[in-house]
Ligand binder design. Structure first.
Ligand code: AMP
Length: 204
């Protein structure tokens, strides 16, 4: 199983690139933000609580995020790969993920950090806010989301860099170009048998 993380600030393109990767490789896209928004949409007590954090631009507490993510990932135990989008967001979450994946004998293969300049991030989020329907794509909340990212999530980058699992990919390009950049990193890490049989065959 190919497990990877797409890492980056709000607006970097994690969701878009996860969808491209999922369509190309058949990996399951696990977006914690989306899982949490789905729980809110079901309109139970737990959704109401989650909404309070999201609408302020704060992280949802670990116990809730882990419960929701675990429930979702159990449904995809047979997937050829998992793309974690928006998780982990703290070093503590990263340690829990490592523990979980190691226990299952399917460690992380790759962490892609999408690098995008801040002005461009604002521009993208404000642009998508028109039709995203997301209550947290508002200017005051976006400011807090960036702050939360810088204080709680950014330290994760050095965590993964130290372990040699991080690759930085510039996200300052058209979506398809960014995808091609990510694709090179995935392909370089696939086992030969996991590659498309045609290219394997040609070499033989
Ligand atoms: P996203 O869709 O990834 O931009 O996430 C939207 C919001 O969901 C974030 O601003 C957080 O409030 C919450 N969220 C998503 N993933 C996590 C996570 N791993 N830990 C805590 N909160 C999260």
């Amino acid at each position: 199983m190919f497990n990877m993380i797409l890492f980056g600030p709000p607006g970097a393109g994690k969701g878009t690139q996860s969808r491209f990767i999922s369509a190309h490789y058949g990996y399951v896209h696990l977006s914690t933000g989306q899982v949490l928004r789905d729980t809110i949409a079901r309109d139970g007590a737990s959704g109401q609580l989650i909404k309070k954090f999201i609408d302020r631009g704060y992280l949802v507490p670990d116990d809730i995020v882990l419960r929701e993510l675990l429930r979702e990932s159990l449904e995809h135990a047979d997937a050829p790969g998992l793309i974690f989008d928006g998780f982990p967001r703290t070093v503590h979450q990263a340690e829990i993920l490592d523990e979980m994946l190691t226990r299952k004998g399917m460690p992380l293969k790759l962490v892609v950090s999408l690098e995008v300049e801040k002005d461009e991030l604002y521009r993208r989020i404000m642009g998508r806010s028109v039709d995203s329907g997301r209550s947290d794509d508002r200017e005051e909340v976006i400011k807090q989301r960036f702050l939360t990212y810088e204080t709680e999530t950014l330290p994760l980058k050095s965590f993964y860099r130290q372990e040699g699992r991080l690759v930085e990919v510039s996200g300052m390009a058209p979506k398809q170009v960014v995808f091609e950049r990510i694709r090179k990193h995935i392909d370089a890490r696939l086992e030969p048998m996991g590659r498309e049989s045609s290219s394997y065959g040609i070499r033989e």
